[in-house]
Write a protein that binds this ligand. Sequence first.
Ligand code: ADP
Length: 530
Amino acid sequence: MDTFIFSILSVVAVTNIILGGIIFSRGLKVFSNILFGLIALTAAIWSIAIVGFYSEQFGGAINWVLFTHTAAILISSFFLAFSVNFPQKLPNRNYIISISAIVTFLLVFFIFFSDYIVGNTENNTYFIGIAYSVYAFFISIFFISGFLFLWEQLKLSNDSNQKKQIKYIFVGTLISSVLAIIPDLILPYFNIFQFTWLGPIFTLIMVVSLFLAMLKYRLFNIKVVLTEVISVLIVMALLVELLLAQTPTEILLKSVVLAIVTVFSFLLIKSVIKEVAQRENIEKLAIELQKANDRLKDLDKQKSEFVSFATHQLRAPLTAMKGYASLILEGDLGNISEEIRNAISRIFNSSETLTHIVDDYLNISRIELGTMKYTFENLDLRELVDDVIAELKPNIEKSETKLSFIVDRQKKFLVRADKDKFKQIIANIIDNSVKYTKAGIVTVKLDKIDNIKILLSIKDNGIGIAPEIMPRLFAKFSRADNANKKNIHGTGLGLFVAKEIVNAHRGRIWAESEGEGKGSIFFVELEGGE
Ligand code: ADP
């Protein structure tokens, strides 16, 4: 016999014994473990029997053909029993196992004690008995029934990992059985015997796939499996090489190479498994993060809805407070003393501040809920700024800040904008400049750029803005330290709302400042209308 085939078969036999031993060691209480062990052991015996069959020394001593044929029928019937028991025991199938056991027993009996199935001849051949087709028929039936039961297992299982296990076994055994049946069952029928040694080698595919499925050893990741298969193939090839070695130096060299490659393969597999595990972990975390994110978005929406509802409820009483305060201040309810006038005017101012705050919150919740509505109209921005300044006048006069508005009154500054919203944001920016300047100068300027764009700038010489604040100046709740320290009250929402509104007008808003204490300029740029 070819030493090469001899070496391969030896390695296959040893591998089968090792794999069978590993599963056996996991406990014999589980029936599928026993069945796997038996399959692996029978496959090993098959390899050994083929070696014996072809070997010069033992060729005639034992009737090896009987063993090779017994191995094939045993493997098919063990597989059938395995498919009924793995991963779960299928109910009411015991009778099938019993029938297959009896048939197997009978076939083995006839293999050993008659020439009906096979008979030995010399010269590495054997003859086919008259009942050979019965034998071949049962092997095929056992395999086919095994596949049908695996299919049933697949349908019954609702665990995705288990399904993968079953698919592994299904595919591995299918490839293996089809490949092995050709040289060992079909070709001998036509008196072609020289390829029977392929049978046990192909069976290894089945044994390995069963083994991996049973160990659930990260088998579900194709990358890991490929690394394992390729590493094992390389190690096995080197092992065969070693067995074929002739001289001591060759043996030594090949052993060293084998040892090194084995160690590196082991390390490689370990690192691939680690990498895959990490990736799986990350994927799991990403899913959890997504869920948490969805939940947060949901909560955020609920919060916006709540704020919107609450601020709506606050508006009505505030309007009433402001209305009555102004009635009293204007003397409509009779004369009042100076003391009362001061007190009422504080009430009026506070409720006005509160109205602005409520408006800001209302706008924020509208922005977040996406329910902000705009009614665009053609308007002259100069008139709008004039109106805003007129409305702010009482406040400005109370402060120690002077405000001037520089504009070419011959020109028109037509834009398409939502009047109320624009008024609100310009008022906010001018109000900020006054508020953050205390005593100084605020200059409002309206210009045209290239006759297309309209630029409104509001310049002050107040507390200024530190460079590190700039990037988040227009963010929600953003308030600079210098604003807080100076005890100037605010919510940090005005500029956020302003940016949203200007963006909705396809305009630009930005601020410039040389730093703290050096004043600031706020710009709003819009496309000019006709
Ligand atoms: P609020 O004024 O209610 O705090 P805003 O959104 O209108 O909120 O302004 C955000 C922050 O930007 C303010 O807290 C302040 O730190 C800074 N800021 C706005 N305008 C000026 C300005 N003219 N000068 C200096 N800092 C300003």
